[in-house]
Design a protein around this ligand. Sequence first.
Ligand code: MLT
Length: 365
Amino acid sequence: MINKNLNKLSEQYLFSEIGKIIKSRQNVINLSVGDVKLPLPSAVVEAGKKAAEELKYKQTFRGYPPETGYDFFKRAVISYYNCRGTIIDESEVFASDGIKSDMSLFLNVIEQGKVLLPSPCYPAYIDANILRGNELEFYDGFPPKAPDIIIICSPDNPTGRAMSRIELTEWVAYARKNNSLILYDAAYEAFITNDAPRSIYEIDGARECAVEFCSLSKTAGFTGVRCGYTIVPKECGLNAAWRRVKSCLSNGVSYITQRMAECALTEALSETMSNVKYYADNAAIMAEALSGAEFSGGQNSPYIWLKCGDSYKEFYKLLDEFGLGVTPGIGFGQGGEGYVRINAFCTRDDAVTAAERLKQYSSLR
Ligand code: MLT
């Protein structure tokens, strides 16, 4: 009776397992799961309070939210894209509580099939596709036999690499030629400071073959508040199907949350972006301490993907000898063996201390 695919999952979700190990030690700087530390801008909190107040009165009380999101929220998302020159229609924006859940819900729109995933890869994509019964293939370049679905994350989790315009253009051309659908995770787009695309829709033809998932978790400090959005362009032919699936499998996102998100993406946008910069600066501080070591990320990303040797052995070394809780690369699949991931969602003091310890660690290697 139980879904037999559950047997194919690892015993625990990566970040739960690593979180428990880190918690069992004392005085460790936790740079494992990417959980934000800065408080929310006060305008965002005020927007939430005001929305909650409205629920106190008969005239302004609200029940179920619209399944795909309130118009005011969709307009805020659209304006966030417009300021970068990307045009999206209101009917293409769907509110969500984050990428992990919306991407796995979205798999219901597509027939079971072959999914191409990056290697290493964010473990939630692997688990969601296993549960759905999809066949997994891990990429290093373009496979000759095209998959049904291609998952791309840029800037990537865990490697911190942002795809260049040329690389992404090649993926869009490959998907269109082979009739594949790209599921594009843009969770870390706000960290991009160079010419890399912040949305796949900056690439010509992407509207025909790509669905974009984004979240306010890392952009606006919403890991606890929970709000994101999915863009399903009309040209990809799945907009109506997704509306149907969304309406039966989700109750949407609360009014209070959407008001807070609206504020974070409009009125409080400059504070939102200065919080992103704070974490980006943390990443730069730690990356500088690692100069001479082999790593990717540290710029255009809150992650540093450090080459270090046996990933669990180095994880324990960093934990027990240097008081740093990182994530073993192997947790992101076979392609992650030999690496650890360090995240920069910490306080400035912790970033500075972690940088000193990382410098020491890498000098001893
Ligand atoms: C991460 O650290 O990769 C993410 O914060 C985990 C998540 O979003 O579930």
